[in-house]
Write a new protein. Structure first.
Length: 279
């Protein structure tokens, strides 16, 4: 279960798009540009992360489903995955299939509970395990924090909201990406400022370790289409690995397509769900 835990940790972090800030975001943040993000279609490129998050948030609130492809290099493991996403605040849901060195792992996040299908069955006929942070199981509690973050941060705007107090837009340019006209934002996040705003103890510890190791900042790149919807997000940041207790470098890329298309995300049958081991 340890190797699966490392892969799960890394991939869950990828799906949360770097869930590493306070979850309050920037409610009521003032806009500095007076225009929409994205320099396409006559709109004005966002002048700040607050503007960019606000513009994306307005669009994803109406168009709240998407298909997602993720590639990541986490804790020395190459990971890739594909699935669907529904952004509905506290009722966020995701279904993903990912490829890891140990084999294919399937995941479902629904009703704030995370289910994972491992390459090997833990019990005969039961290929799924349930991870619920409300469970008394120590391993469930350890991994449950990630699922809570996933539930809260499935919305791409959360990345930008969480980086607002610590990051700034350093460059904006028009680019064609996968046949779409996009505005490409380059963002630099200050690690010390990010650590100062941490409310999650595990994430704050990771940031502090990164600072001690000499890391001052890390890059985030965001591509937004003409409808102010995310097309791609990439980041390269220090992230805590619950399986080892160490801070690892995580590089990830998330591509979004099929905004607004219907998705079907349901929990696996109860009879196929095994009890999670305690360690």
């Amino acid at each position: 279960m340890r190797k699966a835990g490392i892969a799960l940790s890394a991939f869950a972090l990828a799906m949360t798009l770097g869930a590493c800030g306070d979850n309050g975001g920037s409610e009521g943040a003032a806009s500095n540009s007076g225009g929409n993000s994205g320099g396409n279609g006559g709109s004005v490129a966002a002048a700040s992360l607050a503007d960019l998050a606000k513009s994306i948030g307005e669009q994803t609130s109406e168009t709240n489903t998407a298909h997602m492809k993720i590639t990541a290099d986490a804790a020395g493991q190459k990971l890739s995955g594909e699935g669907d996403l529904r952004m509905s605040g506290e009722d966020a849901a995701m279904s993903m299939d990912m490829t890891t060195p140990e084999g294919t792992i399937s995941m479902v996040l629904v009703d704030k509970v995370f289910y994972i299908k491992l390459p090997q069955e833990l019990e005969p006929g039961k290929s799924w395990v349930k991870i619920d942070s409300n469970d008394d199981n120590p391993l469930a509690q350890a991994l449950g924090g990630m699922t809570d973050q996933m539930s809260k941060n499935a919305d791409p705007r959360a990345t930008l909201e969480q980086f607002e107090k610590a990051g700034e837009i350093t460059d904006t340019k028009e680019e064609e990406l996968d046949g779409k006209q996009t505005t490409h934002y380059s963002i630099t996040v200050d690690v010390e400022k990010l650590a100062a705003n941490q409310e999650d103890p595990q994430m704050k510890s990771a940031m502090d370790q990164a600072i001690e190791a000499g890391l001052k900042d890390f890059p985030v790149e965001v591509w937004i289409d003409e409808e102010d919807l995310p097309v791609r997000i990439t980041l390269d940041m220090p992230t805590p690995n619950p399986a080892t207790g160490k801070t690892e470098a995580v590089k990830m890329q998330i591509d979004y397509t099929d905004w607004g298309k219907q998705v079907d995300i349901t929990a696996p049958p109860a009879g196929e769900v095994a009890e999670l081991p305690s360690s």
